[in-house]
Design a protein around this ligand. Structure first.
Ligand SMILES: Cc1cc2nc3c(=O)[nH]c(=O)nc-3n(C[C@H](O)[C@H](O)[C@H](O)COP(=O)(O)OP(=O)(O)OC[C@H]3O[C@@H](n4cnc5c(N)ncnc54)[C@H](O)[C@@H]3O)c2cc1C
Length: 385
C-alpha cells in the first residue's frame, strides 16, 4: 500500500524489523494454510511455536519474564501484520499476551509470574480469559460465576462463554464473584471440575478456537487468586484496555489486505472494454477506503505514543477501537463489492476478513459500549443503564 503520509518515519529501525519479520511469516506460513483452516474451522495450532519464536508473545513484558520490553508501536505493528493474515492469529496473540500474560504480570504474585510467564512467552503454555457468560456480556458486573473460600482452596462455580483459545488452553484467567467483589483467578484446565467445550457453527473467526468453560465446583489452591485483582472489575477492564489497543492496530491489517486485493483486482478486471479502476465511482471507493486506512493508522500511532508515555486513557483506547473496527468493516464490505461475485469466494481473502471483522466489531466492547464510554467522557453522564 502507498504510504502517502510517510507513516513509516514514525517507526524505529527495530520496529520496522519486527513488522517485516511478522509480515514475512504471515506471507510464508499463514497465507498458504489460512483458507483451509477457515473452511475447516480449525485454529492452526502448528503455527504456535513459530509465532513464539518470533518473540511476539508477551513482547511488552520485561526480559526476565520472557518479553523484550517492546514499544507499543512494535506490539501494534505485530497485531497489524498478523491480522493482515487473519483476525484469528491476532486474536490468539492478543489473548495470550494482553488478556493472560498481562494480568499475571500486572496483577499476579511473584510466584505466579515466575511459574507462568516464561513458558507462555515460549508458547509452551497457552492461556485464555474468561469474563463473558451466557447472561453477562456487555454488563460483566452482572456475572453469575462465583468463588468462595473453603479452607485452603477456592471453589469456583459457573459458566463462561465465547472464550477464545479455551478449547486448547492450559490455563484460564477466570473472573468470578466473591464475598468481597469480583476477583481474577488462575485456573489450570486439567483440574477436576473444569470442562471446555468447543463452540461450533461460527460463521466468523472460523480459524480461531472459541469455547465454553464450565466450572462445576472446581477447586483451586488459595494461592491461585491474582492478588492485584482486589481492585475488582476495574482490574479485568485494565486487561481489556491492553487488548483493545492491539485490536485498534490489528483491524487495519485486515483492512489493508482487503484494500490491496481490491486495488489489484480493479486494475486487472475489464468491463465495458476498460479496467474497472478507470471508472470514477470505482476510484471514489478506493480513495475512501485508503483515506480511512491512513486516518486510522495516524490514530493508532498517536495512541501508541500515549501508551508508551503512560498518558493513555481508557477513552482514547475506546475511540480508536470503535473507529478502527467500524472503518475496517466498511472497507472490507466495499472491497467485497468491488470484487463482484468473486468477492464472496474464499479464493480471495476479502470475505474471510469481512466475516472476521463482524466478531472483532463485537468483542472487547461492542461499538455501542465504546460510544457510551466516550459519551460519558463528553457529557459527564453515564448512559449505560
Ligand atoms: C469470536 C468471539 C470471541 C470472543 N472471545 C472472548 C474471550 O476470549 N473472553 C471473553 O470473556 N469474551 C469473549 N467474547 C465475548 C464478547 O466480549 C462479547 O460477545 C461482547 O462483550 C458482547 O457481549 P454479548 O455478546 O453478550 O452481547 P450483549 O451484551 O447482549 O449485547 C447485544 C447488543 O446490545 C447492545 N447493548 C448492550 N448493552 C447496551 C446498552 N447499555 N446500550 C446500548 N446498547 C447496548 C450491544 O452493543 C450489542 O449490539 C468473544 C466473542 C466472540 C464473538
Amino acid at each position: 500500500m502507498e504510504d502517502l503520509f510517510q507513516l513509516d518515519q514514525h517507526f524505529s529501525d527495530e520496529e520496522r524489523l519486527i513488522r517485516d519479520s511478522v509480515r514475512r511469516f504471515v506471507h510464508d506460513a499463514v497465507e498458504p494454510i489460512i483458507m483451509r483452516a477457515n473452511e475447516e474451522a480449525k485454529f492452526p495450532q502448528e503455527l504456535i511455536s513459530e509465532i513464539a519464536s518470533l518473540g511476539v508473545l508477551g513482547m511488552k513484558l520485561p526480559e526476565e519474564y520472557g518479553g523484550s520490553n517492546a514499544s507499543a508501536i512494535s506490539y501494534g505493528l505485530v497485531c497489524q501484520e498478523l491480522e493482515r493474515g487473519d483476525s484469528a492469529l491476532r486474536s490468539f496473540v492478543s489473548v495470550q499476551s494482553s488478556l493472560c500474560m498481562y494480568p499475571i504480570y500486572s496483577l499476579g504474585s511473584e510466584e505466579q509470574k515466575s511459574t507462568w510467564l516464561s513458558p507462555m512467552a515460549r508458547g509452551e503454555k497457552i492461556g485464555c480469559f474468561g469474563l463473558t457468560e451466557p447472561d453477562s456480556g456487555s454488563d460483566p458486573a452482572s456475572m453469575k460465576t462465583t468463588a468462595h473460600l473453603a479452607g485452603d482452596e477456592w471453589v469456583l462455580h459457573g459458566t463462561k462463554m465465547w472464550i477464545t483459545n479455551a478449547p486448547f488452553a492450559d490455563l484460564a484467567i477466570i473472573w468470578a464473584k466473591t464475598e468481597q467483589g469480583i476477583r481474577g483467578f488462575i485456573v489450570e484446565t486439567d483440574r477436576p471440575g473444569i470442562e471446555t467445550i468447543e463452540t461450533k457453527h461460527k460463521f466468523s473467526l472460523r480459524a480461531s478456537s472459541t469455547g465454553e468453560i464450565v466450572l462445576n465446583n472446581c477447586r483451586i489452591p488459595k494461592g491461585n487468586l491474582l492478588p492485584g485483582s482486589e481492585k475488582g472489575l476495574g482490574a479485568a477492564l485494565s486487561c481489556l484496555s491492553q487488548a483493545r489497543f492491539g485490536i485498534a492496530w490489528g483491524v487495519m491489517g485486515a483492512a489493508q489486505s482487503c484494500f490491496d486485493t481490491a486495488l489489484d483486482y480493479v486494475k486487472q478486471r475489464q468491463q465495458f472494454s476498460k479496467p474497472l479502476a478507470s471508472f470514477q465511482m470505482i476510484q471514489r471507493d478506493l480513495v475512501d477506503m485508503y483515506t480511512e486506512i491512513e486516518k486510522a493508522q495516524c490514530l493508532s500511532i498517536e495512541l501508541a505514543k500515549h501508551m508508551d508515555a503512560g498518558s493513555v486513557t481508557a477513552e482514547m483506547i475506546s475511540l480508536a477501537k470503535m473507529n478502527n473496527c467500524r472503518e475496517a468493516l466498511q472497507i472490507a464490505r466495499k472491497a467485497r463489492n468491488l470484487l463482484g461475485a468473486n468477492g464472496i469466494s474464499l479464493e480471495y481473502p476479502v470475505i474471510r476478513h469481512m466475516m472476521n471483522l463482524e466478531s472483532v466489531f463485537t468483542y472487547e466492547g461492542t461499538d455501542n459500549i465504546h460510544h457510551l464510554i466516550i459519551g460519558k467522557y463528553l457529557t459527564g453522564i453515564a448512559a449505560f443503564n
